[in-house]
Design a protein around this ligand. Structure first.
Ligand SMILES: [Zn+2]
Length: 319
């Protein structure tokens, strides 16, 4: 029943609760800012769902277009540090068999292999798979629904900012539940709709990314989804340097700029450099430490901008 109901968004994909119209929000792409999408919110777990279809090429255009972003070389060491942190959160020692689901360009798979893990990835986009091959990371081109992975063959799996892009949240968790051995670990990273920065940013919250993000989870909703598929939640991280301080700062600035998420879009070559927003963003840079401090407090109060949930597949239960 859930899979069928999800497609018309009658029930919450996280907990199965009732959905009701919540608000209409603009598309995150600057070029589509006049298009608005309906969000429906769950009365039980307070997660939300984006109503309306995504254009087929929306994961290949705009902020997701091919080509290197500005300053990408400068941030490479930072991204590598984030990858090592993600491995630490998993709490599984090498040479564990590790699958990165939605592996993108294979950067995390490569980092895990360097650290001694028997790691591989799956990824639906041709561009991602080709980029992964270029750095020697084994990433198979397939969707989560169609991947051919033997049952109980994995020690660990990661779903890092992937689940929110799927219309079928159940498949996103059900599949890894069958691929993991009993006791295997699943690490799920998603934006947190119950965060302080989601409230501050409102319809321009940096991590809302409508309509690419189909489901907007709260910790309660994600926990419920994991429990339903035979996982025990071990830990929920709210202090995450990878996405949270920037999300807070960018969401604050988006309250005054013309373009939403201006700096992010400039770095992605997706907003004009010649804009009053450049001045506003420059003026906002000195506020970054304050935004980071605010986010650190939010995380300590368990309202971080994104969360990472570590779960263990329970023994004796099938996905
Ligand atoms: Zn719900």
């Amino acid at each position: 029943m859930p899979a069928e109901s999800e497609s018309n968004a009658a029930v919450c994909p996280a907990c199965g609760g009732e959905l009701a119209t919540w608000r209409w929000v603009p598309a995150s792409e600057p070029a589509l800012a006049t298009v608005r999408f309906e969000l429906r919110r769950c009365a039980r777990c307070r997660s939300a769902v984006t109503i309306g279809d995504v254009a087929d090429d929306l994961h290949e255009t705009g902020a997701y277009r091919p080509g290197a972003p500005r300053l990408h070389r400068a941030v490479t060491p930072l991204l590598q540090a984030f990858d090592r942190r993600r491995l630490t959160m998993l709490g599984v020692a090498p040479p564990a068999r590790l699958l990165d689901i939605g592996a993108g360009r294979g950067r995390f798979v490569a980092a895990a292999r360097t650290a001694g893990y028997d790691a591989f990835g799956i990824e639906p986009s041709t561009r991602g798979v080709q980029a992964a091959a270029a750095i020697g990371a084994p990433v198979r081109q397939t969707t989560i629904e169609q991947a051919q992975i033997p049952d109980a063959s994995l020690d660990a799996a990661t779903l890092w900012h992937v689940l929110e892009h799927l219309d079928g949240s159940d498949a996103g968790v059900e599949q890894p539940a069958s691929w993991l051995r009993p006791g295997g670990r699943l690490l799920v990273g998603v934006p947190n709709l119950a965060s302080f920065q989601a409230r501050i940013g409102a319809e321009r919250w940096y991590h809302l990314d409508v309509p690419r993000h189909r489901v907007h989870f709260t910790p309660a909703g994600l926990h419920e989804l994991l429990h339903r598929h035979g996982f025990e939640v071990l830990r929920t991280y709210h202090v995450l340097l990878e996405h949270n301080p920037f999300g807070m700062w960018q969401s604050l600035l988006s309250r005054v700029t013309v373009h939403p998420s201006y700096l992010y879009n400039v770095l992605k070559r997706n907003a004009p450099l010649r804009s009053p927003d450049l001045v506003l963003t420059a003026l906002g840079l000195p506020l970054a430490p304050l935004a980071a401090l605010a986010e650190l407090i939010a995380g300590a109060l368990r309202h971080g901008g994104t969360i990472a949930v570590l779960a263990r597949k329970q023994a004796g239960r099938l996905g």
